[in-house]
Design a protein around this ligand. Structure first.
Ligand code: DQA
Length: 138
């Protein structure tokens, strides 16, 4: 089982970015714990602040991996390109958000990704990623 976690812009700042919303754990620390907890599956992580790099990674793994967990961050609300990449591939994509975007500013309420994702998990902090991993296992 091979799962790729793809994180979009500003998620490299987790742990120091708006900690009241996103928490004080770095993604690297969370990811190490996640990998050791699910050590019988291969979980990889890619982060980019650049839209085209996210599209490239979706295309690269999207015909061979068993699952993609995608937090496109701000691009969730703007990117037709990332949505089209998700539509183009055969690997199922779970959309994930740390915060509950529906309870935040109105511009975060629309997601270009949700209609083409297998499912959406949000609002559980970094645990949202773990719930997405579990959804691929079960
Ligand atoms: C986010 C929510 C987005 O609206 C925001 O732009 C982010 C993070 C989340 O995980 O809660 O950068 O995707």
């Amino acid at each position: 089982m091979k799962i790729m976690i793809i994180n979009g812009p500003n998620l490299n700042l987790l742990g120091k970015r708006e900690t009241d919303i996103y928490g004080d754990l770095t993604f690297e620390d969370f990811f190490e714990t996640l990998k050791s907890k699910y050590d019988w599956i291969t979980i990889q992580h890619f982060q980019s602040n650049i839209e085209g790099e996210i599209i490239d990674k979706i295309q690269e793994v999207g015909f061979s991996f068993d699952g993609i967990i995608l937090n496109a961050a701000a691009y969730t609300h703007t990117s037709v390109g990332i949505r089209d990449a998700v539509s183009a591939i055969t690997t199922p994509v779970i959309e994930v958000h740390i915060s509950n975007t529906s309870s935040r500013e109105e511009f975060r309420h629309e997601s270009f990704i949700t209609p083409v994702a297998r499912g959406l998990i949000m609002g559980f902090g970094l645990q949202s990623y773990e719930l997405a991993v579990q959804s691929f296992i079960n």
